[in-house]
Ligand binder design. Structure first.
Ligand SMILES: [Zn+2]
Length: 114
């Protein structure tokens, strides 16, 4: 389950931010999960709930997950399309000269501290 590694990575970053800002507690965390990031939100949440118990600042931190749609760009016809629906092949012109614009990352959008 590679979600656990990502959870630890996110928690490390949030804990570092909390320390830097002299926060007593982090009470809310919003993360963006890309639709094609290979992170399964329900696994992520499970790992998160377990992992925060061991942190200094995040024991009561509420997690909000925002799913970012996977969007690909076709270099041949310059159109964008949904990656999950169509994969690497452009649905407009059939080219596979495409790349992912958004939806591959997991990132911290916002934290709430007290
Ligand atoms: Zn195309």
């Amino acid at each position: 389950m590679h979600e656990l590694g990502i959870v630890f990575y996110v928690i490390d970053q949030v804990e570092a931010l909390a320390k830097k800002n002299h926060a007593k507690k982090v009470v809310g965390l919003t993360i963006e999960i890309g639709e094609v990031s290979s992170v399964i939100p329900s696994y992520f949440k499970e790992c998160y709930d377990w992992a925060i118990k061991k942190t200094d600042h995040m024991k009561e931190c509420e997690l909000t997950m925002v799913i970012v749609k996977g969007i690909s760009y076709c270099q041949k016809c310059k159109k964008t399309y949904g990656t999950v629906e169509h994969g690497r092949k452009c649905p407009y012109c059939g080219s596979d000269d495409t790349y992912l614009l958004t939806g591959s990352d997991v990132s911290i959008r916002d934290i709430k501290v007290t």
